[in-house]
Ligand binder design. Structure first.
Ligand SMILES: [Zn+2]
Length: 206
């Protein structure tokens, strides 16, 4: 595809309230609107070298995610993930085992975090034509689908991080994922900071 014919959309950044909303189900398949949305998402993800993108990230509150990894400079050690369009996804963890690893997000530019995710998940849904998809996956494939589906619930990866010490600018890769759960003093400080804050927000909104 020529650059001039691509449709690259601005990606919303953390802080935009639209990223915190719950996305609506897609009711109609094979429509020009859905095709245009998926083309926009594809071109935007390709242009920004992302591993995945969710419709809310370009300001569309529908349950549509895309993902796929060939050789991606953002994830140099990641295995390949087939390019997938996933509509109205349902995720089911297949294990209670969590794995910690680095993630980035086009809505949180310049930062990386060590995020706990289920090691194995099943995902069901359909493609843009309404054809059903049902896969059980692990590794980076499981991680990327959990990250993208979180966007449909209004969840950004920093909200999944156990400890503030596991969030970093991209310049630093000092932390190793296996160190992520051993910073107990940081975690205690993080919890101490977070809970009074959420209590305050509840009190204000009452
Ligand atoms: Zn993201």
């Amino acid at each position: 595809m020529r650059w001039s014919s691509m449709s690259i959309k601005p990606v919303l950044r953390m802080g935009d309230p639209a990223l915190l909303e719950v996305a609506q189900k897609v009711e109609a398949f094979n429509t020009p609107e859905l095709e245009a949305l998926i083309r926009d998402m594809h071109d935007t993800m390709e242009a920004l070298n992302g591993a995945g993108l969710a419709a809310p990230q370009i300001g569309v509150g529908l349950q549509v995610v895309i993902f796929g990894v060939k050789r991606n400079p953002r994830y140099p050690d990641a295995e390949e993930v087939p390019y997938t369009v996933l509509v109205n996804p349902v995720l089911t963890p297949l294990t209670r085992t969590m794995e910690q690893d680095w993630e980035g997000c086009l809505s949180v530019p310049g930062m990386r975090g060590i995020v706990p995710r289920f090691a194995n998940v099943r995902y069901q849904g359909s493609d843009q034509h309404g054809e059903s998809i049902d896969r059980s996956v692990d590794g980076f494939h499981a991680r990327v689908v959990q990250h993208e589906c979180d966007h449909l619930e209004g969840i950004l990866y920093p909200m999944r991080i156990n400890c503030c010490g596991n969030l970093s600018f991209q310049i630093s890769s000092i932390l190793k994922p296996e160190q992520a759960s051993c910073c107990a003093s940081n975690c205690a400080r993080w919890r101490a900071l977070r809970f009074p804050l959420s209590t305050m927000i509840c009190a204000v909104s009452r």
